[in-house]
Structures are given as C-alpha cells and as structure tokens.
Design a protein around this ligand. Structure first.
Ligand code: GLC
Length: 741
C-alpha cells in the first residue's frame, strides 16, 4: 500500500483536494473494474447511508441493517463505533455480500470522540491555528482507533445570529478567520494521507450558508444576494475543499428558493466546476426527503432525481435513492452514467481510506486501548481549554481586582448549576464523550487551591423555576471571601434544533445572580454557554466575567488554572456579544450606510433604546496583564497592484504578568463599485510577551488581500483609498491610510 499512499499524497499535493479521478490510475482501474461487476441495486447501495441501531445496553445489530447490508442495499453506516461493534458489522458485510465492498463508518466527531475538546466556537476564540489543527488530529486519532474512518466535520457555517443554536459548532462571524480554521481542522482530521488508520475523512458542512437562517431559527429560510453568499458564507467551505476535504455535506436549508440538497448551482457549478472538488457529496439527515416539505419536489421520487442530478452522491438515512432511483433510471429520467459517477466517488473514498486493501484496517483493539482517553488526549484538552477562555471583565471590587484569585482568599463559595457538572461541560455534539472523565469546576478548583475552603451549592438549575436552592446559595455566599458563579446553558440548550429567541441566562439563574451579587461579596462569573448570551445586567454589576463556554473533558482544570493565574487568559471573541436580542444581527464588519450613527443628529442609523455597538465586539478579550500599542507604520502611503505593503506596529506588555496577545489587522476600502464593510479582518498574530517586553509585529498586505466581488461580480481589488487598523480588537486599534494605485 506504500505506493498507493505515496500516490495519495502526490494526489493531494497536486490537486489540493480529493485525488484526481484519473481513470488510468491504479485506483481508477480498480474502481472501474469493480463498477463493471455491480448490479444497479448494489450501485445504489453504495449511495445509501444508514444510522446503526444501538440499544441502551450496548450495540446490537438492528435486523433491518443485516438485510440491507446483505442485499448490498446499504454500503455505509454512521453512528456505529468501537472496534468490537464495527468489526462485527464489517465482518458481516465481508462474509455475506456478493462483492465484499467494505462498509464506510461515519460519526459526528465534531470536537472530540471520547476525550472532548472545547466546542468549536470556544476553541476558535484561541485563534491558535496549530492547536486547533491538533484538536482535529487527536480527535481523529482517537476516533479512528475506535473503528471510524469518516467524520461529519468540520462544521464551517458562518453565522452572525446567536439565536441559532448551532453557532456552537462553528468558528464565529468572520470568513477570514473562519476559513483559516476550516483549513486547519480539515488538515487535522485527514493528516497526510487518508489510508493512515489514525486519520478520518473530513466532511465539510453544511453546504451552504446554513448559518444564515432567517430569525436564527434552525433549518430556516436562507435568502441572500450571490455577492453576500460568495463573499461571506462560501469562503470557509472553499478553504476546507482547498485543504483537501474528502467529502462535503449538503445542508437542510434552501438558498434563495432552491434547497441546498437539490441545488445544482451550489453542488456542481460552484463546488465542482469552480472549485474543482473531486470528492463525494453526502446529504444531511433525510434532507432529500425534506425537499417535498420545502415545496420543491412533488414527491420523494422527484426529490431523489433532483438531488442526484444536482450532484448529491449519498443519501443519509432518507432511503430515497434506495426506494426510487432504479425506477428513475429505468424511466430514463436519470442516466446510468450519473449513478456510476456517484458510485465511483464513493468507491474512490473507500479506496483512499485503504478499506479495499484491508477492510479491518481501522479495527485494532490494542490501538483503541492505547489511544482512548490517553494522557496525550487529556493534556491537549487541558491546553486548548485554557486557551479558549476569554476574559470579558476584571474590574476591582473595593479597590482590589478579583482575578487571579488572591492568596488572601481562604473561603470560596462556588455556586451554580454548572459548577459541579460533568455532562454539560462537554457541550453540544459530544459524540461518545466519557462524562465520567470530565473534571468539574469544583474538582478543578479544590485541586488547584487545597488550602482553600471551597463550598459548593448548585443554587438552581439551568432551566425551570425551581428556587428551592437559592437560600442555601445566599447563605454560602454571605459567609465567603469570594463567590464564583458557574452559570449558562446546559448542553442541549445550544446545538441542533436549539434556537433561542431570548438570550439571557436560562431558568432562574439571573435572579440568583442578582441575589448573590447583593450579598456584598466579590463575585466572579464563569459564563458557560454554546453561544454569545445577552448579559447586560451582569456586565454592569459583576466585577469579573470569564467566558469559558463548554470546554470539554478537562474543563474544570482549565478553568481553575485561569482563575488562579497559573494560566493567563488570552482568548478573543470570534462572535460579537449583542447588548440585546433586538440588535441582532450585530457583527463587526457592518456597512456604513448613508446615515451612519451621529449622536448629534437624530436622523442617523441608531436605536432609541440601545447603542449600536455590541456589548463585547469581535476580537475582544482581556488579559491579567495589559498591552500597549504604538507606532503603527506603513512602508509607503501607496500600494501598486503588483507589490506589497509592510505594516508594522509596536506592542508592549505594560503589566506585571507574562501574557499572550492576539494582534489583529483590519482594512477598510473607503470607496468601491459596491459598498464595502467598515472593516475586514486581514491578518492576526498571537505572541507571548514578558512583563516590560515589547515587540514589533509586521504584516504584509497585497492587492490580492483587498479583493471583493465588484459591481460586475468579478473578484478583484479596485484602486482607491484604504484605511488600515492594527489593534487588540475590532473596536480598539491604531489607524493609518494608504492608496491602492
Ligand atoms: C444532523 C446534523 C448533521 C449531522 C448529521 C448526522 O441532523 O445536521 O450536522 O452530521 O445529522 O448525525
């Protein structure tokens, strides 16, 4: 297989995506020969993906699958894992099917398999591409060791609406940062070659623009200009495809009237003809069937014809291909060549994964034992957890800063429904995460501060009206030196089908927060949610706030390390925090409008009741130290279309503690053939500075960095005046100007 592995590497290197489907290659000849032996039913079986059936006591084969696998009607399974279960399934297929085509095993390994890392939105706040890639690489190593070879990740949907629960799975509001993260996660999952049994085929999802649902309501209508689609929502998928993503998942939503799963413009014109994608397209869960409910197909048979004609190769759980495609082919509605094209893509993937060479390649009990919840996995979960935490506020209380926790603190009241909690620390889509291994905040804090008396009370729950624990919480708080509150969402209050219209603390947590704040003790809040919440009262009344989100298996230790100052928080928000739901959508790269806010002029763009700015903007995050910015310099006051402009800025650690700073570079195109955002992220650098240390940070800008979809939809930079901003967030920066000539 070494030769094939090399061919795969060259293939990826050459095409930067799934290998060239060259009919004369070793793979091409193998797949062509196999295809020639397949019946139409067997072909459609390879285009069919079913979830496995597990009962509550462990994996049992749902009898339907035996029949479907046996008849070659199902060539792919998801939600099946562990070496034992997947070997049983693979053995069944290899010993009982006519052509012995190995099964593909997929699963939602979104941010870890058994060892869970921070939910992707939290992890994106680290802005640490190497660590983010490592998360995907380790997740793949653990999952592939458990018999899996395909993950339905990375989810790269851009969203600017925190009402949408699935923002937790993405990388926030910005296409530039989101694209870099999409590529990092894809590379992490897939490694250098897909036939490495410690890697997974990636599946970039949900194509496309699923995060732009009206009202932030999951599965909702998406309708936008082609310019917005291409400029804001498509770049992250494109980045993942360019990073070599082996598969793409079509989304539930429509895009401007055509459901994505039947959308030839998306699945063939853009994905294949423009981007050169050679891999395999799978639908989301029954999204073919749902084209009937969309009112786009009269019945499931028509939906199947629309999907396969648009470019969908595999039907997830819908059984539409299985039930109707043979008839569509016999009627001449679907040429057999279209079926063959999809089957080749599926077989190519299985070939690239090494499954034909060894169907049991991913099924090794010893490897599973060594790589599950290993020290390597847990150490990374801790490190990425620390780096994902964003310090939102750290004001003095009675003249003394609360964080990091002072040695003078001897009695801590740790209160909240998420303070001694395991399953919610894992967040949404936590796959087979082992909750028994989760370190709670209480455990982490007691381990970090053995000399401290740490008393715990839940006080209330993450939902409902139960106030019976409030008195105990108030009693504990009143008798303590410091109150730490772990508040936010449980793991089902974000993620799929978890849109919320009111984004405050759920349940009676806000009431508890206000009552505990009235005890007159210093209060620090750990904000644990899968999305930005509306926390205006908290921001006005609580002296210290850490946005920890759901950090995974090592949450408690990562949080304790930041609370005690062992780790200086360095995260920066990748999604704006609205002051109020009424501001949504609120994001940093807004347009200026013809009447930008002018406090002195009534007739300008504003609300009567809240400011325009978010509570906390994109790119915002504090440190226990402070950083001073100075001397923003440009190598010239103009830039030609072919040369480059050097941008430099001095950063100094003016505090008492070593810390990391994420220096951000933004531009603004002042005049364009279409209006342009007031700022766009075009670069960032993360650097560690010792107290008193300063560094010059340099960026290179080129005309290519300034391209956009112009009035005639060409992707180009236009001459004119630009602003360049370098700073600590999208609202705090130094500014200069240049002209593109
Ligand atoms: C779900 C999700 C998708 C997931 C798939 C398989 O409905 O939309 O993200 O990968 O089904 O579980």
């Amino acid at each position: 297989m070494r030769f094939a592995a090399l061919a795969i590497v060259f293939g990826y290197l050459f095409t930067g995506c799934a290998k060239q489907d060259d009919a004369n290659s070793t793979r091409g000849k193998f797949v062509k020969s196999l295809l020639s032996k397949m019946t139409m039913e067997e072909k459609i079986g390879q285009m069919t993906l079913y979830t496995s059936g597990w009962d509550v006591t462990g994996p049992v084969l749902n009898e339907n699958y035996r029949k479907d696998i046996l008849a070659g009607r199902c060539g792919n399974i998801f939600n099946a894992h562990t070496v034992t279960y997947n070997r049983e399934l693979q053995k069944f297929a290899m010993e009982n099917t006519r052509l012995k085509i190995p099964l593909l095993f997929g699963y939602d390994v979104i941010h870890g398999y058994k060892t869970i890392f921070p939910v992707p939105l939290a992890e994106s706040c680290s802005w640490d591409l190497a660590l983010i890639e490592k998360s995907a690489q380790l997740a793949a190593k653990e999952a592939a060791s458990a018999g899996l070879n395909w993950t339905f990740a990375p989810m790269v949907d851009i969203s600017r609406d925190p009402r949408w629960g699935r923002v937790a799975e993405g990388a926030g509001e910005d296409p530039y940062l989101g694209s870099l993260i999409a590529a990092s996660r894809t590379r992490g999952f897939q490694g250098a070659s897909l036939d490495d049994p410690l890697t997974l085929a990636a599946c970039v999802k949900h194509f496309a623009a699923y995060g732009a649902a009206e009202g932030g309501r999951d599965y909702g209508t998406v309708d936008m200009s082609e310019r917005s689609l291409r400029e804001v929502y498509l770049p992250t998928y494109h980045a993942a495809v360019n990073a070599g993503a082996a598969t793409v998942m079509s989304s539930f939503n429509e895009v401007s009237g055509v459901p994505a799963t039947g959308n030839r413009f998306l699945l063939t014109k853009i994905l294949r003809e423009e981007w050169g994608f050679k891999g395999m397209v799978v639908t989301d869960y029954t999204s073919i069937n749902e084209m009937v409910k969309h009112g786009y197909a009269a019945d499931e048979k028509q939906a199947g014809e629309q999907a396969v004609s648009a470019g969908v190769d595999m039907d997830m759980q819908g059984a539409v291909y299985q039930n109707f495609l043979i008839k569509s082919v016999k009627e001449g509605k679907i040429p057999e060549s279209v079926i063959d094209q999809s089957v080749v893509r599926v077989l190519n993937l299985k070939y690239d994964l090494g499954l034909f060479e060894d169907p049991y390649r991913y099924l090794n009990n010893q490897r599973e034992k060594e790589n599950t919840l290993s020290e390597e996995m847990l150490a990374h979960s801790l490190e990425i957890g620390r780096k994902s935490i964003v310090l939102l506020k750290n004001e003095p209380f009675n003249g003394v800063k609360i964080l990091p926790i002072s040695p003078e603190v001897h009695k801590i009241a740790l209160i909240g429904p998420l303070a001694d909690n395991r399953v919610d620390m894992m967040g949404t889509w936590h796959a087979a995460g082992d909750e028994t291994r989760v370190v709670t905040v209480l455990e982490g804090l007691r381990k970090a501060l053995p000399q401290c008396q740490i008393n715990f009370a839940a006080g209330c729950e993450t939902s409902g009206e139960n106030r019976s624990g409030l008195d105990e919480a108030i009693r504990l708080a009143s008798g303590s030196d410091l109150v730490i509150l772990a508040l936010g969402e449980n793991y089902v209050q974000s993620g799929e089908a978890a849109s919320r219209s009111i984004l405050g603390l759920p349940g009676v947590q806000q009431e508890m927060l206000e009552k505990l704040s009235a005890c007159g003790k210093p209060v620090a809040v750990l904000l644990m949610a899968g999305r930005p919440l509306v926390i205006r009262w908290m921001a006005n009344h609580v002296p210290a706030i850490l946005n920890t989100s759901h950090l995974g298996t090592m949450a408690g230790e990562a949080i304790a390390d930041v609370l005690t100052g062992k780790s200086n928080p360095s995260g920066k928000l990748t999604m704006s925090f609205p002051r109020d739901e009424g501001q949504i959508p609120v994001y940093y790269s807004m347009k200026n409008t013809g009447r930008p806010l002018d406090p002195a002029n009534k007739y300008t763009s504003k609300y009567l009741d809240v400011p325009n700015e978010p509570l906390y903007p994109f790119g915002y995050g504090l440190s226990y130290t402070s950083f001073g910015y100075s001397e923003l310099k440009l190598s010239s006051d103009h830039l030609s279309m072919k040369d480059s402009l050097l941008v430099s800025v001095q950063i100094k650690n003016i505090g008492q503690m070593a810390g990391e700073e994420i220096v951000q570079l933004y531009i603004r195109d002042l005049v364009g053939s279409v209006t342009r955002p007031v700022k766009e992220l075009k670069g960032f650098q993360k650097l560690m500075l010792q107290p008193g240390e300063s560094k010059e940070v340099k960026f290179i800008l080129r005309a290519d960095d300034l391209r956009f979809y112009t009035s005639n939809m060409t992707f180009a930079a236009e001459p004119g005046l630009f602003r360049v901003m370098a700073g600590t967030s999208s609202m705090q920066y130094l500014e200069a100007g240049f002209e593109l000539k």
